[in-house]
Design a protein around this ligand. Sequence first.
Ligand code: GLU
Length: 291
Amino acid sequence: MRPVLRFAPSPNGELHLGHALSAIIGFEMARGLGGRFLVRIEDIDTGRTRETFVEGILEDLAWLGLTWEQPVLRQSEHFPEYAAAGARLKAMGVLYPCFATRAEILAAAKPGAIDPDGAPLYPRLHRHLQPVEVADRKGRGEPFALRLDMARAIAAARYKLGGAPLTFTEFSPSGTREDGRTVEVEAHPERWGDAVVVRKDVPSSYHLAVVVDDARQGVTHVTRGRDLYAATDLHRLLQVLLGLPEPLYHHHRLLTDGEGRKLSKSARDTSLRSLRQAGISPAEIRRRIGL
Ligand code: GLU
C-alpha cells in the first residue's frame, strides 16, 4: 500500500513560515516514501473561515512548489459523516450532553487545573444531569455540546485493546539523525478531561473530524507540529473507540519568533503572502525555516 500524507490547514488566517515548514515536511516525506500527498481544508469553524484564506492557502502552497492530489477535501462538506461518528460514540455510552456556557465553566473550574492547551479543565458540570432535565433543556432548544466521559471512554478503549495500553508510534523521517526510528509513546488522554467531541455550533470538533478524515483518506503518516503532540492522545482514544486504523505520527519542530513564542496567524511579518509580495523567493523561505 502506498503511504499517504497530508497537510491540513485551517483557513482562518494566512499561512505563515511555520505552515510552510509543516507543508514542506509532509510533501517531502511523501516523496521520500514514494507516497501520495493530500491537502485538506479544515474549515469546520464556519464562523472563522474565509474563502479568501482558502484561495490564499492553495496559492501559497503552489508558489512553494508543492503539488497535491485533487479533489481537496473540505471538512465543511462532510458534517454528516462526523455526526455519524459522534452518534456511534454516543451509542457506546461514552458521551454526554453539556449545556454549560463558557462563563459557567470558567466560574466552576478549579484554579490551576488546565488541559494540555492551557484551557481550564472542564469541571464535569453536567456529567450527572437527570435525563428529564436533559430532555427539558433540549426541548427548549438550548444548545449543547457532547463531551467525552473520559473515565468511561478510557475503560471502553481498554476493553477494545484487550487490556493493552493506549499508545501511538512516533517516527523519525529517514535522512535525519534518528533515521527512520520509531518510538512507542504511551498516550494519556485523561489529561484532556471530559473533552468536547461534538461542538454546540457544528456537529463535530477538530478532534473528531481529524480522526474520521485521516481514516477516510487512508492517511498512513500524520506529520504535524509539536503543538499537536498532546492532541494525539485524544486522537488515538477516538480511533480505538471507532475502530479506525492507526497511522504513524511525526511531530516536527516549531518555529518561534525572536522572543521564543510560537508563530501565530496574526504575525504579518511571517505571512507567506506578504513575504511573496515583498519579492522573497521560495528558496529564501526554505532557508529561513532551516530546510
Ligand atoms: N488544522 C490543524 C491546524 O491547522 C492541523 C490538524 C492536523 O494536522 O492534525 O492546526
